[in-house]
Design a protein around this ligand. Structure first.
Ligand code: HEM
Length: 141
């Protein structure tokens, strides 16, 4: 029973986290289309900060906490599919940290990447989600 409640919570916060991971790079693309120093740019800086503070950081933390609790409850630490999933989730977490850094740079007026590059980076969470779903449901190894 505890396992099922943990899993329901885990999947819910995974959805919140992934929604934020899909939104933020989109925000960056629109942000970079705004005139530097304009009121529109200020609005994007504010939206990015809120998305990180209200959705991304809390959802990432709760997803990790419930995911690790699930792993303990089913003894997943010895299973190869779980090692693969952990590797993928670490990549997603690093991506989250990188995006927070990029948002901080944008807020300082530094636009390090072109819109095209940002659009390509936007594929990272999608690809990771497909692979994670296969690991956790099919458990191919
Ligand atoms: C943050 C670290 C994470 C840890 C430690 C973790 C760990 C786990 C564990 C141990 C389970 C139970 C698997 C089972 O009962 O067979 C699980 C279930 C699940 N996880 Fe995660 N997970 C994490 C992040 C994620 C992410 C980022 C996603 C999606 C992108 C995800 C998607 C799922 C799904 C869909 C299930 C339910 C699978 C089922 O139907 O049984 N998890 N997770």
């Amino acid at each position: 029973m505890t396992y099922l409640w943990l899993k329901a919570g885990h999947v819910t916060f995974v959805i919140f986290w992934m929604a934020g991971l899909f939104m933020l790079p989109r925000f960056f693309v629109y942000h970079q289309e705004a005139e530097p120093g304009s009121a529109e740019e200020a609005r994007w800086i504010d939206r990015e900060r809120r998305l990180l503070r209200i959705i991304l950081w809390p959802a990432m933390g709760v997803t990790w906490a419930l995911g690790l609790a699930l792993a303990f409850s089913i003894g997943a630490f010895t299973q190869p599919w779980f090692h693969a999933k952990l590797g993928l989730v670490l990549i997603l977490s690093a991506y989250n940290v990188w995006m927070a850094g990029y948002a901080a740079d944008l807020a300082q007026g530094r636009r390090r990447l072109e819109g095209k590059r940002l659009r390509i980076l936007n594929e990272v969470p999608g690809i990771a989600t497909v692979l994670i779903a296969i690991m956790v449901i099919v458990k191919p190894f």
